[in-house]
Write a protein that binds this ligand. Structure first.
Ligand code: SER
Ligand code: ZN
Length: 487
């Protein structure tokens, strides 16, 4: 729509555009205006294109071209530009049976691998910011997911069979003995004296045999994570069903909240619906993985040569995930304690540190805790948390450490619990947070030590009687204290 009626025909300009800018950069046909009609100040065009110059790119190029050509000659501007209808045909990489729908699409029709995506009333923002290519990519991704592909999992190594003390459910038994007490929140536990004593003994082992041995230094990473961080880390692509959301008051003016206080004083009930009207956000969520907010601290920085390799760990607070329902005891919890180890180095250095960590973990599980465990190559955690299922690429990938849970049945089955991981995250994080070295290319790695899970695996295999524990670990724990009891 032009700012004034046009007195002349624009066929000449359209021809020029078809021959030049609409083909530019294309080795095939590019885009082409196949029909146009001018009525007063309104020009309707129909563009057909191939994938080398997408129709919406063509549209934007044409708009700019006409604004220059016609604007200069006749002193009119373009008042408005929009697309009424956009039909995109493309081939899917995979055949899908299930219906696919995505936001902004009028319809998505799939016949075998042929897909027709229809969009209506697209504004300039949608066209210029490339929503269209992202929509095509999203449909491709969904066609893979809906194809029922399983996450990558490949056994790398398995320990010897170990002597098993019992075949009871560790959470159930510890709960009966008051070692652990169910918290009020979903998937949340109170660890009483003996359970905490064992966890702290495990932490001591990790400190001495791993963190100090490999010279990792402690830091304290924030535990409230903003959208900005999760946009960069990729979590914004997938973790919504698992977030513990954080909201803030619209104001901290007591007058604004007086009604809520009064309401509670009279009813003794917290008026959740009324509170919802008085809060903003969610502004983000509670830590899901510890390392993404670590990267905020070095974002857009050039790391000094003597800070590389950078080796740190954090154990300063809990992480939270809204887990799938059902009873899992301490094996799958919503609120959990994890030591996360993070390192940044050259690509070779990152891989070397990963291998150092693996060998220290092996030492701990074999020599100190005497566990029956195995290692598997799995979908890298940073892809899994984005909702993807791909396998590793070269050195980039995640190794899961899984412990055997005798109470769950045979070793051949599903009786294994992932209790920790070690990853080479490749260039993903330095790129996402624009972190550079003075000269070197930087990669990074991380490793999460899930303390609830260490406890679950240990008690599941060794039982609750220290008599059956490996002597080295028994010494580190010391005399096991009693839990408090009630009558
Ligand atoms: N960041 C890694 C994960 O979430 C290690 O904790 O698995
Ligand atoms: Zn991590």
């Amino acid at each position: 729509v032009f700012s004034k009626d046009l007195k002349h025909d624009v066929s000449e300009e359209i021809d020029k555009a078809n021959k030049d800018i609409l083909k530019r950069g294309s080795k095939k046909r590019g885009a082409k205006v196949v029909r146009h009609k001018l009525v007063k100040n309104r020009l309707d065009v129909e563009i057909i294109s191939d994938e080398t110059v997408r129709a919406h790119d063509g549209f934007i190029r044409l708009k700019k071209f006409l604004a220059e050509q016609i604007g200069r000659k006749y002193k009119v501007g373009i008042k408005e530009a929009k697309v009424d209808e956009y039909k995109i045909m493309f081939k899917l990489d995979h055949e899908v049976k299930k219906k696919i729908s995505i936001p902004f699409a009028e319809s998505v029709k799939i016949d075998k691998r042929q897909c027709v995506l229809r969009l209506k009333d697209l504004d300039l923002k949608m066209l210029m910011e490339n929503y269209v290519d992202r929509m095509i990519k999203l449909i491709q991704e969904k066609s893979i997911d809906y194809g029922g592909k399983a996450e990558h999992w490949k056994l790398i190594w398995q320990s010897k069979k170990k002597k098993i003390a019992w075949t009871r459910d560790p959470s159930l038994e510890m709960e009966k003995a008051n070692w652990i007490i169910r918290g009020k929140g979903r998937g949340q536990w109170f660890f009483s004296i003996p359970a905490t004593q064992i966890i702290q003994a495990m932490v001591q082992v990790v400190e001495k045999e791993l963190l100090e041995a490999l010279r990792f230094k402690e830091v304290i990473i924030p535990k409230m994570v903003t959208w900005d961080t999760w946009i960069k880390s990729g979590h914004a692509k997938g973790i919504y069903p698992e977030i513990y959301y954080v909201a803030t008051p619209k104001t901290r003016d007591p007058d604004f909240w007086e009604e809520i206080c009064d309401y509670f004083k009279i009813t003794r009930e917290v008026p959740i619906e009324k509170i919802k009207e008085k809060i903003d956000g969610p502004i983000g969520g509670i830590t899901y993985a510890q390392c993404p907010p670590f990267w905020d601290s070095v974002e857009k920085k050039i790391l000094a040569k003597d800070s590389i390799p950078l080796k740190v760990f954090d154990r300063s607070g809990t992480s939270m995930r809204y887990e799938s329902g059902g009873i899992h005891g301490i094996e799958r919890v919503d609120e959990f304690h994890r030591i996360e180890i993070i390192w940044i180095d050259t690509p070779e250095g990152v891989e070397k540190i990963r291998q150092d960590l693996v060998s220290r973990f092996r030492y701990i599980f074999d020599r100190v805790l005497d566990l029956e465990w195995r290692m598997a190559d799995v979908t890298p955690w940073f892809l899994a948390q984005e909702g993807k299922k791909d396998g590793p690429e070269g050195n980039i990938g995640t190794i899961d450490f899984e412990g055997y849970l005798p109470y769950k049945g045979k070793r051949e089955g599903d009786a294994w619990l992932e209790f920790q991981n070690v990853s080479n995250n490749g260039p993903k994080y330095p790129e996402a947070f624009s972190v550079k070295g003075q000269k070197d290319i930087l990669w990074s790695g991380c490793s999460g030590i899930g303390l609830e899970r260490w406890l679950a695996v240990f008690i599941a295999q060794k039982g609750m009687d220290p008599e059956n524990w490996p002597s080295r670990f028994k010494r580190i724990v010391g005399k096991l204290e009693k839990p408090f009891k009630w009558v």
